[in-house]
Design a protein around this ligand. Structure first.
Ligand code: NAD
Length: 483
């Protein structure tokens, strides 16, 4: 609750967090969250409906008036204070995230340290959101101011829950908006915790609300007339629904959607470095990363060696419960396990060479073996569709291939990578690749300071960096006639 210390352990049941108070769901319904490493229930979480969303949006509208007018220095300091509190609570937060999502504990820590950085970074920006002055001659004055929208809806997926909460909430708050967050139904726990830390840092309760639940709560939020801007991270299919709902009231949307990201490995690449980066790029978080290195396009002269080496890396991974901090945890849910298992069957049926992995692990938990499919063609489903699991698709190319035609021949355009020791080749590749983020001789090259977002069906708008603030500020031009 606002101003009070946050919980120090998991509760048996979570209500919605509205205006700094725990509020029972209007339906009285709760859903269980499950530990993906054991398939045992963790806790029960309120199942949100339109009535809960309405309550939270109403609270946000009220809080916005005060938060918007809080001195930007003070506003920034409070946002920055959240970073300190996240660091103070890092151990417990990471444990909750690891248990809820399934990810290895050290990855959860790393992502939550990243969450702290978002609050620190955007807290520092709150008093620098300057407009501009436009020369209009001696008889006029013209200037712009940047103003918050009002209520920002934040809809979050289940793969990096705490980190993505911070990625959207921190810039929204720094810009003076109030937020209503709808976390994913299988990973809501870090959102509650982080919202409480926001309140403890002095951000008004009504400026950070959390309504848990699934698609019904998400849809109600995107349709609510009190919402002024929507940030959605998730799949393309849901993103399309969000856009349709937003179209009714012309509400702006920032969409961060999926990817099927190519990693091009040239003959002159440092192969060890390329293998290491692509393995990290596809196997981190069991492949449940939008910017993952999904497709390796490897020159034929280094193809066999690349495939052998990356298969060896995949075979060396130890899988286990997230809290035991293995190299790879389970997938997040039974539904998602079924989806990834379906792609393992598809890859085999399409005739790609299964080099390693390819099976769901027996026993408790939603574990999939790190998998490498080689000799794939770009028209195969495993080369075109986002699997969102630890499954790498490798395709060879030769000197006669325009590798960019292959790399760009997908509906997505989120990230792309190029591995070469030739600087000119790297720059040429960066120009040709149709992706919002290009990594050279590394993977996951972006930081919280660098703009991130998709070309094509990977999204609209940019998160991270100063560019993200454009999603949370609208420009007003003031024209004055001095005559
Ligand atoms: P999803 O689209 O199924 O769900 C995302 C969120 O939307 C969840 O909170 C869900 O409850 C909610 N939702 C469901 N139906 C809704 C509706 N009709 N209206 C509004 N909200 C609704 O996605 P997911 O399976 O949770 O996440 C995986 C997807 O997210 C992948 O495609 C991945 O690439 C993408 N992703 C993108 C980024 C990025 O920055 N580009 C980051 C992480 C994940």
């Amino acid at each position: 609750m606002a101003g009070q210390s946050v919980q120090r352990q998991l509760w048996e049941q979570y209500d919605h967090l509205v205006e700094g108070n725990w509020v029972e769901p209007a339906s009285g319904e709760y859903v269980e969250t499950v530990d993906p490493g054991t398939e045992e229930p963790i806790t029960a979480v309120a199942d949100g409906t339109a009535a809960d969303v309405d309550r939270a949006v109403t609270a946000a509208i009220e809080a916005f008036a005060t938060w918007r007018d809080t001195d930007p220095v003070e506003r920034g300091q409070r946002v920055g204070r959240v970073a300190d509190l996240i660091r103070d609570h890092l151990d417990e937060l990471a444990q909750i995230e690891s248990r809820d999502q399934g990810k290895p504990l050290s990855q959860a820590r790393h992502e939550l340290e990243g969450a702290a950085r978002y609050f620190e970074y955007y807290g520092g920006a709150a008093d620098k959101l300057e407009g501009s002055s436009i020369p209009v001659g001696p008889d006029g004055v013209d200037y712009t101011v940047r103003e918050p929208y009002g209520v920002s809806a934040q809809i979050i997926p289940w793969n990096l829950p705490g980190n993505l909460f911070a990625r959207g909430v921190a810039p929204a708050l720094a810009a003076g908006n109030a937020v209503v967050v709808k976390p994913a139904p299988t990973t809501p726990l870090s959102a509650f915790y982080l919202a409480e830390l926001c309140h403890e840092a002095g951000i008004p309760g009504g400026a950070v609300n959390v309504v848990s639940g699934g698609g019904a709560a998400g849809a109600a939020l995107t349709e609510h007339e009190g919402v002024d801007t929507i940030t959605f991270t998730g799949s393309v299919v849901t993103g399309q629904k969000v856009m349709e709902a937003a179209a009714k009231s012309i509400t702006p949307v920032t969409l961060e959607l999926g990817g099927k990201n190519p990693a091009i490995v040239y003959p002159d690449a440092d192969l060890e470095r390329a293998v290491e980066a692509v393995a990290m790029g596809i196997f981190t978080n069991a492949g449940q990363v939008c910017s993952a290195a999904d497709r390796a396009l490897v020159h034929e002269s280094v193809y066999d060696e690349f495939v052998d080496r990356i298969a060896a890396v995949a075979e060396g991974y130890d899988l286990g419960h997230g809290l035991d901090d293995p190299e790879m945890g389970p997938l997040n849910s039974a539904d998602h396990l079924a989806k990834v298992a379906g792609y393992l069957d598809t890859g085999k049926a399409e005739g790609a060479t299964l080099v390693t992995g390819g099976e769901v692990r027996d026993g408790e938990g939603y574990f999939v073996e790190p998998t490498v499919f080689a000799d794939a063609h770009n028209d195969m489903r495993i080369a075109q569709e986002e699997i969102f699991g630890p499954v790498l698709t490798v395709l060879p190319f030769d000197n006669d291939t325009d590798v960019f035609d292959v790399a760009n021949d997908v509906d997505y355009g989120l990230t792309a990578g190029v591995f070469t020791t030739d600087l000119a080749r790297a720059h040429r590749a960066a120009k040709r690749l149709e992706a919002g983020n290009v990594y050279v001789n590394q993977w996951f090259g972006d930081t919280n300071r660098t703009p991130f977002g998709g070309y094509k069906q990977s999204g609209i708008g940019r998160e991270k960096g100063l560019a993200a603030l454009d999603s949370y500020l609208q420009t007003k031009n003031v024209a004055i006639d001095l005559g």
